[in-house]
Design a protein around this ligand. Structure first.
Ligand code: VG1
Ligand code: CO
Length: 544
């Protein structure tokens, strides 16, 4: 079969953000656009020639077309073997699992995660390394540099491959293996958790739950694991059929976008447990009866209880949290006498710490939690962790949560997002804050005294690489914090995220309403950044 060489011009560089290259589908559909980026990956990583690669995505609009393009380019560039999920599907954590289990040189994940899908919505692509995790910044930067100069891509002139049939096929010289996207991942979950205990919980007759797959990738995974392997009642998985446009919704598991599920957990007949995952299956939301567990609290609770579960029986080695994530996990780490790392936003920063065995658990405030079992955050893993915990502790979600606060104190936490803000206004706001930072330490703002204020920079403790400008931090003497960051995953305008936390040791005050309790800090944050004056927004678009 002839390899074809197609001349092309670069698209002024295709810069990946927090989690790969994310753009509108229409951008990806420009002739040569996807090809340029994929060829840049192949040019940047010579080990892929003669190597093997996992390919799959969350099933959103353009997934199948993109996979055909990638298979042809990979074959034309001498990749020896490609492992593809049936139907072109793989959740992000499943790609990570399959890369590790089949020892491939990496994988390509097609997803825009929690962003909506469809012809006018978002698409995305990212490269994961041989450890199963998102490529480190050095690699994504090298790919970006390559996209600026690329002038040709190699492909084959072949008809599309049938992605729905399991088996081994050939494309040119390349072997293509189409596998069940669920089974390797489901086996791994079975090795980590006590499936018998969860099965008993489901059969106890007094436990009601739903898992909301939000018409995204976790549907088939959740049906296999929760309903088939663990015996949950059929229908436990809701919105379980993946759709190219996620049924028109935002596949983002939070209080704003998973309202149908949230409602089911509320009131007299509310469910005991509700959980949801996002477009590509790496995020999780945990709900109890009339109770929402913030991702920051969830990380801390998992850390404090890990030793109760089979996969973590020996205890955990360390914890890492992204910088904007609350410091609740630090309190558990201090109690356990283990390290707690603070990394920039994005899962790629956990990879080295996990590979070096310095941490076992890690998490982000943005509904991401995970462990050393793979190198991505993992939605269903977190759900199973909670189910296993409920089965072992024989308590409700709310009891486990309030019990945790009583032991460790409560880190009240909220995130306010201002979406699709004018780019220049957002940049101006950040500049304004940057200029303020040096004068802040020692100053009193409201009832709080600033102890430090900086532009967060991170030095990786394993390879020494430095990542600068990862968000603006303002810490107060009370332990409260305000963090400002611009999103790196949005596709229209800028999204300003304001993260707020404060510590409350007194159990009498733990049941206060979060927004009310945090009002003084919220007002300080708005005023300091001149949010309304600079963006025209009096209130955030999304409050979590
Ligand atoms: C957001 C979250 C971040 C997460 C990233 C990818 O990034 O804040 O914590 O790692 O999404 O998540 P940003 O730059 O928009 O704040 V996912 O589920 O897209 O892989
Ligand atoms: Co995601």
């Amino acid at each position: 079969m002839e390899t074809i060489r197609i001349a092309t011009t670069p698209f002024e560089g295709q810069r990946p953000g927090t989690s790969g290259l994310r753009k509108k589908v229409k951008v990806f559909q420009q002739p040569g656009y996807l090809e340029n980026f994929v060829q840049a990956i192949l040019d940047t990583l010579p080990e892929l020639q003669g190597g093997s690669l996992v390919v799959g995505g969350d099933g959103r609009y353009f997934n199948r077309e993109a996979i055909q393009v990638i298979l042809r380019l990979a074959a034309a560039n001498g990749v020896r073997r490609l492992i593809v999920g049936r139907g072109g599907l793989f959740s992000t954590p499943a790609v990570s699992c399959v890369i590790r289990k089949h020892k491939t040189q990496g994988g390509i994940v097609l997803s825009a995660s929690h962003n909506p899908g469809g012809p006018d919505e978002d698409f995305g692509i990212k490269f994961n390394s041989a450890n199963g995790g998102p490529a480190p910044e050095s690699v994504t930067e090298a790919i970006f540099e390559r996209t600026k100069t690329i002038d040709r891509y190699l492909t084959l002139d072949t008809p599309p491959l049938d992605l729905d049939q399991l088996g081994t096929f050939t494309l040119g010289e390349t072997e293509i293996e189409i596998i069940d996207p669920v089974s390797d991942y489901a086996d791994l979950m079975e090795a980590l958790f006590d499936f018998d205990a969860i099965h008993h919980l489901f059969n106890s007759g007094h436990f009601q739950m739903r898992f909301d797959a939000m018409h995204a990738i976790t549907g088939p995974y959740a049906v296999e694991i929760l309903e088939n392997r663990l015996g949950a009642a059929p229908g436990t998985v809701m919105n379980g059929v993946p759709l190219e446009d996620f049924g028109g919704g935002h596949p983002d598991p939070n209080l704003a976008h998973a309202q149908e599920l949230v409602a089911l957990t509320q009131g007299k007949d509310g469910l005991d447990f509700g959980a949801a995952s996002d477009g590509d299956g790496d995020r999780n939301m945990i709900l109890g009866h009339d109770c929402f567990v913030t991702p920051s609290d969830s990380l801390a609770i998992l850390a404090a209880n890990a030793h109760l579960l089979p996969g973590y029986r020996q205890g955990i080695r360390g914890i890492a949290r992204s910088m904007p994530t609350s410091q609740a996990a630090n309190r558990v780490a201090d109690f356990l006498g283990i390290e707690c790392f603070e990394t920039p936003t994005g899962w790629k920063f956990f990879g080295n710490l996990l590979d070096a065995g310095r941490i076992t658990l890690c998490g982000e405030e943005s509904f991401g939690t995970g462990s050393d079992h793979v190198r991505e955050k993992d939605g269903l893993w977190a759900v199973l962790f909670w189910l296993n915990l409920l089965a072992v502790r024989q308590q409700s979600v709310a009891e486990i949560l309030t019990d945790h606060w009583r032991r460790f104190g409560r880190n009240f936490y909220t995130r306010h997002d201002y979406e699709a803000v004018d780019l220049a206004a957002a940049a101006g706001l950040v500049d304004h804050l940057r200029r303020l930072l040096p004068d802040l330490p020692g100053r009193q703002l409201g009832a709080e005294i600033v102890s430090y204020a900086d532009d967060f920079a991170y030095t990786d403790p394993i390879d020494g690489s430095v990542s600068e400008h990862q968000g603006l931090r303002i810490g107060f003497e009370s332990g409260a914090r305000i963090v400002y960051r611009l999103s790196g995953t949005g596709t229209s305008g800028a999204t300003l995220r304001v993260y707020l936390e404060y510590f409350e040791p007194d159990p009498m005050l733990h049941q206060r309403d979060t927004q009310e309790a945090m009002r003084p800090l919220i007002l300080i944050a708005r005023e300091l950044a001149q949010i309304e004056a600079r963006t025209g927004r009096a209130e955030p678009d999304v409050v979590t």
